[in-house]
Design a protein around this ligand. Structure first.
Ligand SMILES: Cc1cc2nc3c(=O)[nH]c(=O)nc-3n(C[C@H](O)[C@H](O)[C@H](O)COP(=O)(O)OP(=O)(O)OC[C@H]3O[C@@H](n4cnc5c(N)ncnc54)[C@H](O)[C@@H]3O)c2cc1C
Length: 275
């Protein structure tokens, strides 16, 4: 194994472009988890991004929030202007691991790790985030809701770095993030849900309910159309069209589906003023 420590983004892109198997490393909180047990997987070149200071800050303008390719959860938690404009980012960041993970883990690492149970991705997707990718060949932008192609598969080509994540700034009339796990902290979501309503319509994003985190088009249509919803069960047909949960060590498919319906219904009742 070897580690390169580039001092600038062009240098990092050059290193990644030269060796197609090279792996970018940001906080390392996903990459290093398997370190002691899967040593053979680590016999390659790592490109340590930690000296790329230009990718660390975030930028908030009247039009958008731009998270850098190395912006951490902690950076977002500590920024009151972000809490005001994008409160779900802070809600989700506070539920990622513990403070040690929040200070090292990055939003871009969460996106590229592509876990179906991630906490950062659902809120980014509910805010219509766009992933900005750069390689030695140039820059491209991919909406996050079209980024994933299947389990751990994504529209990120060899040599591309996530250099930013852009979120359009809009007034929201409703926004909520829910994480259902075995305990309140240090848990992997059995069901994750991020919901927003703005002039662009409803966004309902489900986590731990399919091979990738995904938007739920049937639920969004139901809510955009204002169809009557009188109980959690009324949401089930749309949920069943939108997601494909599995039974695993954390939960069953049936539990995940029913919990999603109940949690979403409880949130919507509050929005509709039903108490
Ligand atoms: C104890 C513990 C608890 C955790 N709890 C949670 C939790 O509650 N919720 C949750 O969602 N996650 C959790 N995680 C997972 C992890 O912390 C997050 O997914 C985190 O956001 C990963 O970011 P990172 O910077 O550490 O990524 P890294 O580990 O550095 O990288 C992850 C992947 O992204 C790639 N990558 C990183 N940055 C870039 C970039 N800029 N461009 C292209 N590719 C890039 C890497 O090559 C790698 O494939 C936990 C991890 C641990 C160890």
């Amino acid at each position: 194994m070897s580690v390169a420590l580039p001092g600038s983004v062009p240098e990092a892109l050059e290193l990644l472009g030269r060796d197609g198997a090279a792996v970018p490393i940001a906080g390392g909180t996903d990459l290093l988890v398997h370190w002691p047990v899967r040593l053979e997987e680590h016999d390659r070149k790592y490109v340590d991004l930690s000296h790329l200071d230009e990718l660390k800050p975030l930028r908030l303008t009247a039009a958008e929030l731009v998270l850098g390719g190395l912006t951490t959860y902690w950076y977002v938690i500590r920024e009151p202007r972000v809490r005001e404009a994008f409160p779900l980012l802070v809600d989700a960041a506070r539920q990622v691991g513990a403070i040690q993970i929040q200070t090292r883990g990055t939003w871009a690492g969460n996106v590229v790790n592509a876990s179906p149970a991630a906490d950062g991705v659902p809120v980014l997707m509910a805010y219509d985030a766009v992933v900005v990718l750069e390689s030695a060949a140039g820059r491209e932008e991919v909406p996050l809701d079209r980024f994933y192609l299947g389990y751990k598969q994504m529209r990120r080509r060899t040599g591309q770095l996530v250099v930013a994540i852009r979120l359009p700034r809009r007034p929201y009339t409703f926004q909520v993030f829910e994480k259902v796990g075995s305990r309140r902290a240090q848990a992997i979501a059995k069901v994750g849900l991020a919901v927003t309503k703005s002039s662009a319509g409803w966004r309902v994003v489900a986590a731990s309910l399919a091979p990738t985190i995904r938007r739920c088009p049937s639920l969004e249509r139901l809510l955009d159309d204002g169809a009557p919803v009188r109980s959690a069960d009324d949401l089930l047909p749309a949920i069943e069209r939108d997601v494909s949960p599995i039974d695993d060590i954390r939960s069953t498919a049936e539990y995940r589906t029913r919990v999603m319906a109940r949690v979403l219904y409880a949130d919507l009742r509050e929005y509709w003023g039903g108490g």
